[in-house]
Design a protein around this ligand. Structure first.
Ligand code: CU
Length: 187
C-alpha cells in the first residue's frame, strides 16, 4: 500500500512538474551550433538570432581582429556541428578570403522548387543528421590549397522553408542559418 501511494505521489508530482519543466527543456529557436573549429560567434548567441545574420552569423564581430584556428593548406579539417532543430536539408561548407563575405552571400530566389540552390566556393555538402539521431553533424572538409587567413562558412539549408512567390518562383529568405570560423592556412 505504501508503495502504491508513493507511486501515485510520484505520478502526480511528474504530471505537475512537466508543464513547468518543459519550456526550459530545449531552446526552441536554436538550429545549428558550430562546435569545432571555434566559430566567430556561438550558434546560441543573441538569443539564437545570430545564426540568422548572413553571411557569417556573427553580427558585430570584427572579423579582421578575430582569432584564427591554424589548419593545413590543401589538407582537411574535421568539423562538428550540433543540429538542435531538425529540418530536412543539408549543411553546406564554403570559404572566402573576403572578411565581409560578399562573395559567399546567400542566394535568395530560385526559379522553381526543383532548381538547385547555388552556392559558391563549396568545400563540402552533406545531409543534416536524421530526426531523433545523435544530431551532431561531422565531416572531414577539404581545405583550399592557399596560405593565409580564410573564413570557413557553415550554412544550414532548410528545404522545408522555401516559399512560393506570386510569379511561381521560390523565395529562400527563410532557408538559411549561418555560422563561420576563421582559419589560418599554413604549409
Ligand atoms: Cu526551425
Amino acid at each position: 500500500m505504501k508503495i502504491v501511494k508513493s507511486l501515485i505521489a510520484a505520478a502526480l508530482l511528474s504530471a505537475f512538474a512537466m508543464p513547468f519543466a518543459m519550456p526550459f527543456a530545449a531552446p526552441v529557436s536554436a538550429h545549428i551550433n558550430l562546435l569545432s573549429p571555434e566559430p566567430l560567434m556561438g550558434g546560441k548567441a543573441k538569443f539564437f538570432r545570430a545564426l540568422k545574420k548572413p553571411p557569417f552569423g556573427a553580427p558585430g564581430v570584427d572579423v579582421a581582429a578575430a582569432p584564427a584556428t591554424t589548419a593545413p593548406a590543401g589538407g582537411t579539417i574535421d568539423i562538428e556541428v550540433e543540429v538542435y532543430v531538425f529540418h530536412p536539408g543539408e549543411i553546406v561548407v564554403s570559404w572566402t578570403r573576403d572578411f565581409s563575405g560578399a562573395d559567399v552571400a546567400p542566394v535568395y530566389a530560385i526559379p522553381g522548387a526543383d532548381a538547385p540552390i547555388p552556392h559558391v566556393n563549396v568545400l563540402y555538402s552533406g545531409p543534416v543528421p536524421a530526426r531523433g539521431s545523435e544530431q551532431v553533424f561531422r565531416a572531414s572538409v577539404p581545405l583550399p590549397d592557399v596560405e593565409g587567413e580564410i573564413i570557413l562558412v557553415v550554412r544550414q539549408v532548410m528545404h522545408d522553408k522555401m516559399d512560393e512567390t506570386d510569379d511561381g518562383g521560390i523565395s529562400l529568405t527563410r532557408v538559411y542559418y549561418h555560422q563561420a570560423a576563421k582559419l589560418d592556412l599554413v604549409r
